[in-house]
Write a protein that binds this ligand. Structure first.
Ligand code: UDP
Length: 422
């Protein structure tokens, strides 16, 4: 077995910069995943370089996160924000810049772990010119996404084709939940090698503050009933369902009912438009008094929001994994989530939270009410949620599984190169 000590690997995340502050603009689960996996792998002895596209001329080219883990920003296209559906044309330059970086550094990465379909294309291109193992995490599947959007973007055909070729040719694809694996098999291809390795969470960070202390910090009264959403502003996140569900709640007339919708946005971009749409529904329903939009929540303040909440709602139409649910659970706050994708894997109904059919505001309202009206149930679900996260979803545990997979693949390449001594 090859020791992971001092093995150099590259995580590639063209559009999800692992070094940016999470909660801003489009940044979400993928940024968190790459950063946390990278840092945990580095702790375990890997030399981790995380490659992304430079999207701001003010950004540093290289950000050193810890001795063995850094983010490297390559120049591919203008150094400004470009929506992910418009990035495909810049990928060949990204590949050339990656190759140039290798040449200048004097090494070639023996393994790349690519994230999202754009990066998968980069990995497949690299394989044409060098000996490299490719591990891939989709984060989102076109075949699932396009079933639920009103307009299919121009890039859809290319994306679906790239996702299929990737599944059939990557050395290993990582599904983050059994449900995501099923989708790959039924909607993408029956061929290809898939391992299930979940996402994780920072179990020391989340769960570090009590409810009373969190409420004091945020200026929320001890008696208030707090419903929380955390995430990107995207119609597929189902925030509208949550707002309408809270409007149907039997506690709707209480002045101390609070709906907090946390997450960043960019004026004029798609997330800014969704934020405005949600705000107009809030106003239309006369809920402005009880609703707040605190904006992007940093990792420092986020544990306080989760801890202060009575319930965290994840009303997504679809979710391959859904980090927010396990972050809330890690803080001992029960989750009410859509009965879809990875949420069915992380949230065990009646044990660590409750599930409701997506887009069904009445079902969400009754699940939210059950938790708000029954503190004993809330406490029991919260406690079991924390335990589940500790057992299955720590980043160190996740990175250990990924590290084992990398080591196994690298061992295979070594055997191929030197069948006698390896
Ligand atoms: N997030 C954050 N601050 C915010 C909003 C979101 O740190 O204001 C983080 C959140 O804690 C989670 C990630 O962004 O770690 C969202 O991941 P998830 O898998 O729930 O959704 P995705 O963005 O992948 O669709």
């Amino acid at each position: 077995m090859i020791s992971p000590t001092k093995k150099r690997i590259a995580l590639i995340s063209v559009h999800g910069d692992p070094a940016v502050e999470i909660g801003k603009e489009e940044a979400g689960g993928q940024n968190v995943y790459v950063r946390q996996v990278g840092e945990s792998l580095a702790k375990q002895g890997w030399l981790v370089d995380m490659f992304t596209r430079s999207s701001d001329s003010q950004q540093e080219k290289i950000v050193q996160h810890s001795p063995n883990c850094r983010t490297i920003r390559l120049t591919a296209g203008p150094k400004e924000f470009i929506p992910r559906d418009e990035l495909y044309g810049y990928l060949p330059v990204f590949v050339r810049e990656f190759q140039k970086f290798q040449l200048e550094s004097g090494w070639q990465y023996p393994l790349v772990h690519t994230n999202y379909w754009l990066s998968s294309w980069v990995g497949m291109e690299l394989k044409k010119s060098q000996q490299v193992k490719q591990v891939h995490t989709y984060h989102s599947l076109g075949a699932v996404k396009y079933k639920s959007v009103p307009t299919i973007p121009m890039i859809a055909k290319t994306r679906l084709q790239v996702e299929k070729t990737l599944l059939e040719t990557a050395d290993r694809v990582v599904a983050t939940s059994p449900q995501e694996r099923e989708h790959m098999r039924y909607l993408v291809s029956a061929k290809g090698k898939i391992d299930i390795i979940p996402c994780g969470t920072e179990i020391q960070l989340f769960g570090s503050i009590s409810r009373a202390a969190a409420r004091q910090k945020l200026g929320i009264s001890p008696a208030a009933k707090v419903v929380l959403y955390v995430g990107r502003f995207d119609p597929r996140k189902g925030i509208e369902t949550l707002v309408r569900a809270v409007n149907l709640s039997s506690l709707r007339d209480r002045a101390d009912l609070k709906l907090i919708i946390g997450g960043g946005w960019r004026e004029g971009e798609s997330d800014g438009k969704e934020r405005d749409r949600i705000d107009s529904i809030v106003r239309e329903l006369g809920m402005s008094e009880i609703t707040s939009f605190p904006g992007g929540l940093s990792r420092e303040i986020l544990p306080a929001y989760y801890a202060a909440a009575d319930v965290c709602v994840v009303p997504s139409h679809y979710e391959p994994f859904g980090l927010v649910a396990i972050e809330a659970m890690a803080c001992g706050t029960p989750a009410v989530a859509s009965d879809v994708g990875g949420l069915k894997f992380t949230v065990v109904p009646e044990e660590t939270g409750l599930l409701a059919p997506p887009k069904n505001e009445a079902a969400f309202a009754s699940a939210i009410d059950r938790i708000l009206l029954d503190p004993a149930l809330a406490q029991q679900l919260g406690k079991a949620g924390r335990k589940r996260v500790e057992t299955y979803f720590s980043w160190d545990g996740v990175a250990a599984q990924l590290g084992q997979l990398y080591a196994q693949l690298l061992e295979q390449s070594a055997k191929k190169l030197d069948p006698v001594s390896a």
